[in-house]
Write a protein that binds this ligand. Structure first.
Ligand code: SAH
Ligand code: SF4
Length: 376
């Protein structure tokens, strides 16, 4: 049987941009490839070379409306002014001492989406959201606790990357789908956005990471898409029973099957898979858990990224003490499992994606701890 494409969603911006059925809202131009924009420009009765200008103004010059594109004839700009480019409004911005910046962006329907820009000397990484909320309900996750609201569209995902790029006035080098939402629960928009990140914004395929808790069948389908993105799987436990107790959606995906799908992904794409493992004191940080994890991944060219738990208000898990975290890492290393610890950057509070948004609505005023606004 031919592989089923997970990118075929008739509601995606791309499809709407190509042929807009009556009563559809006007599609945003952001996310359009040169080919799609050329078609659109021609449909508008304009010469094809305008598409290249449009592409440059959307992706490099930060146009927020067609009215901004001063090289276009005024009469056309005015006539087409209601056609959206697909940019959000800045709702909140907070910066930590090490330069990490969190953004809350307001979408056209008023929904708020969280995005983080993480700079280092030679990289600028954006942690993007793929959904408003999340249906997976992980017990330790602020986003999961809030439930699912809706999918983000391709343009709403790309907008987050452009927002960070413009704010830092520096090219984004890496994009990680580790913000709010489960990317493989919204595959059409995520894959379409990933392609556009590569082709329109110029981010290397291998510098795009899709982090997933795992949805049956979708990792195999992702391999079929030949996207060459980095796959990160939120494993969090070395066996099915423990995994289900903290990741409820795991009930429909036996851990052995998940690992098998990851092995296939690595074999088919030639890419090493990363396993994320949140460390919760007294839950999954024991010596036995570590042994079981090493056994589970035996012979697999995988990489384990240990994530010290960042406390959220809704549950009383605890972060293991630093010695335990180090010992867990060392023991995996001794068993030849490639392992690293995720450094919590600039995130004195509200560290995990989804937490800033969750906490903004609360009367604690925690947001101010990031040190105020630095709007350009
Ligand atoms: N839904 C996807 C991607 C978004 S979550 C996934 O789960 O992989 C991105 C990462 O943030 C996941 O690895 C998740 O385990 C982690 N995370 C969520 N809540 C956290 C918390 N309270 N402390 C530390 N990491 C957390
Ligand atoms: Fe969803 Fe990921 Fe949070 Fe789980 S950790 S609830 S999959 S966003």
């Amino acid at each position: 049987m031919a592989p089923v494409s997970i990118a075929s969603n008739p509601q995606s911006d791309a499809d709407i941009l190509q042929s807009r059925p009556d009563r559809q809202p006007l599609p945003p131009l952001l996310g359009g490839s040169i080919a799609e924009l050329t078609q659109w420009v021609k449909d508008q009765g304009q010469p094809a070379y305008r598409a290249k200008q449009l592409h440059q103004w959307i992706y490099e010059r930060g146009a927020r409306s067609l009215m901004d594109i001063t090289v276009f004839p005024k009469t056309w700009r005015e006539a087409a002014a209601e056609i959206p480019i697909g940019r959000s409004e800045l709702h909140h911005r907070s910066e930590s001492r090490d330069g990490t910046v969190k953004f809350l962006l307001k979408m056209t329907d008023g929904q708020i989406v969280e995005t983080v820009g993480i700079p280092t000397r030679d990289r600028l990484t954006v942690c993007v959201s793929s959904q408003v909320g999340c249906a997976m309900g992980c017990d330790f996750c602020a986003t999961g606790k809030g439930g699912f609201v809706r999918n983000l569209s391709r343009s709403e995902i790309l907008d987050q990357v452009l927002t960070v790029q413009e704010d830092f006035d520096r090219r984004v080098s890496n994009v990680v789908f580790m913000g709010m939402g489960e990317p493989l629960h919204n595959p059409a928009a995520v894959l379409s956005a990933a392609r556009s990140l590569n082709q329109d914004i110029g981010i290397g395929k291998r510098y795009i990471t899709i982090s997933t808790v795992g949805i049956p069948g979708r990792i195999r389908q992702l391999a079929n898409e030949r996207l060459q993105a980095t796959l990160a799987v939120s494993l969090h436990a070395p066996n099915q029973a423990l995994r289900e107790s903290i990741v409820p959606s795991a009930a429909s995906y036996p851990i052995e099957e998940l690992i098998e799908d990851c092995r296939d992904y690595a074999a088919e794409t030639g890419r090493r898979v990363t396993f994320e493992y949140i460390l919760l004191a007294g839950v999954n940080d024991s010596y036995e858990c570590m042994e079981e994890l090493a056994e589970l991944l035996h012979g697999f060219q995988a990489h384990v990224n240990l994530i010290p738990y960042n406390p959220i208000d809704e549950v009383d898990y605890k972060r293991p003490d630093p010695t335990r975290i180090r010992d867990f890492m060392q023991a995996l290393d001794d068993r030849n499992v490639a392992v690293s610890i995720r450094r919590t950057r600039g995130l004195e509070s509200d560290a995990a994606c989804g937490q800033l948004r969750a906490n903004l609505g609360k009367p604690t005023g925690r947001v101010g701890r990031f040190g105020g606004d630095r709007r350009r």
